[in-house]
Write a protein that binds this ligand. Structure first.
Ligand code: DGL
Length: 286
C-alpha cells in the first residue's frame, strides 16, 4: 500500500468520537448541518462566512443520495433518525441544508427536537418580491415540488404569479457522481432549463442545495437579466438570530465532515466541489 493510501486508510479506520467535546460548555458545541449529500456544503459555505467563529459538523447522507426520488415516508424517517442522532452526539442546533428533507420532514423533526432547528425552502417569497414579469421558475427535486409544503409556499407568497416548477431528477446525483462540468450534467441542464426559456420567467429559484454548484451553467442557458435565487445567505442570518436569542453563540471555527458513504470517495467529491481537501469520517446515525 502506498504511503498516501495507508494514511487515508488509517484516518478512516479511526472511529469518530461518539459525542462532541462533552467538557465544553454547551454553547461551544457544534452546529450540525445535514443534507442527502454535498449540496448542503453550498449552505455551509454561507454559514461559515457569516459565523466564522462557530464550530460545524456537516453530515452527508451519501448512502441514500438522492432523496429527491424517494418516498416521503423514507425521507421523513431518515430525517428524524439523523436529527435524533445529531442531538445525542451533542449538537447545539440543527440546520436542515436540504430542501427535500425540509419539505417532507421539518414538522416532525421540529416536534421531536429540543434544539433550535433551522431549515430552508425554495426562495419563492423573495422571488415574488423581485419578479417584474410575474413569472417565476423553480428548479427543485420532484419530491420538493410535489410536497404540500411547497404548494402552501406558493399559495401564501406567489398566488398572483405564474410559478413554473421544473423537476430535475438525476441532477443532484450527477453533480456529485459525474462532476459539475461533466457532459451528463450539461445534458441534464439542457433538458431542465430549456423549458423555462420561452416562459418569460425573470427570476429562477435554485430550490435544491446542489444547484448552486452549477449556478454559472444554469445562468449561461438563460437570457441575460434573469436573476437566480439561492437561499444560503438567508439561512445563515436565520441561524445567527436563533443562536443569539437562545444564548448559544460560541465556538472555535472548526469544521468536521462526515458521511454515511465511502469516506475516500466522498472526500474526493468534497475536494472537487469545495476546492480544498477536507477529511471525511464515516458516520452512521443510529
Ligand atoms: N440537496 C437536496 C435538496 O436541497 C436534495 C438532493 C437530492 O438528494 O435529491 O433538495
Amino acid at each position: 500500500m502506498s504511503a498516501g493510501r495507508a494514511r487515508i486508510a488509517a484516518r478512516h479506520s479511526r472511529s469518530p468520537p461518539a459525542r462532541f467535546a462533552v467538557d465544553a460548555p454547551f454553547n461551544h458545541h457544534p452546529v450540525a448541518v445535514f443534507d442527502s449529500g454535498l449540496g448542503g456544503l453550498t449552505v455551509l459555505r454561507a454559514l461559515r462566512q457569516r459565523l466564522p467563529d462557530e464550530d460545524f459538523f456537516y453530515f452527508a447522507d451519501t448512502r441514500f443520495l438522492p432523496y429527491g426520488d424517494r418516498a416521503e415516508d423514507f425521507i421523513r424517517q431518515r430525517g428524524e433518525q439523523i436529527a435524533a442522532a445529531l442531538a445525542r452526539r451533542g449538537a447545539k442546533a440543527l440546520v436542515i441544508a436540504c430542501n427535500t428533507a425540509t419539505a417532507v420532514a421539518v414538522e416532525s423533526i421540529r416536534a421531536a427536537s429540543a434544539l433550535p432547528v433551522v431549515a430552508l425552502e425554495p426562495g419563492v417569497k423573495p422571488a415574488a418580491a423581485l419578479t417584474r414579469s410575474g413569472v417565476i421558475g423553480v428548479l427543485a427535486t420532484t419530491r420538493t415540488l410535489h410536497s404540500q409544503r411547497f404548494q402552501r409556499l406558493v399559495g401564501d407568497h406567489a398566488s398572483q404569479y405564474r410559478v413554473i416548477g421544473q423537476a430535475c431528477p438525476g441532477l443532484a446525483d450527477a453533480i456529485e457522481r459525474c462532476g459539475p462540468d461533466s457532459p451528463e450534467v450539461e445534458r441534464l441542464l439542457d433538458l431542465f432549463v430549456t423549458p423555462l426559456l420561452d416562459t418569460g420567467a425573470d427570476v429562477v429559484v435554485l430550490g435544491c442545495t446542489h444547484y448552486p454548484w452549477v449556478a454559472g451553467m444554469i445562468s449561461s442557458r438563460l437570457p441575460a437579466g434573469v436573476t437566480l435565487l439561492d437561499t444560503g445567505a438567508a439561512v445563515a442570518r436565520q441561524l445567527e438570530h436563533r443562536l443569539e436569542t437562545a444564548g448559544l453563540r460560541g465556538g472555535g471555527g472548526r469544521l468536521t465532515v462526515a458521511s454515511s458513504g465511502l469516506p475516500a470517495e466522498v472526500e474526493a467529491t468534497v475536494g472537487r466541489l469545495w476546492g480544498t481537501i477536507l477529511p471525511v469520517d464515516h458516520w452512521e446515525p443510529a
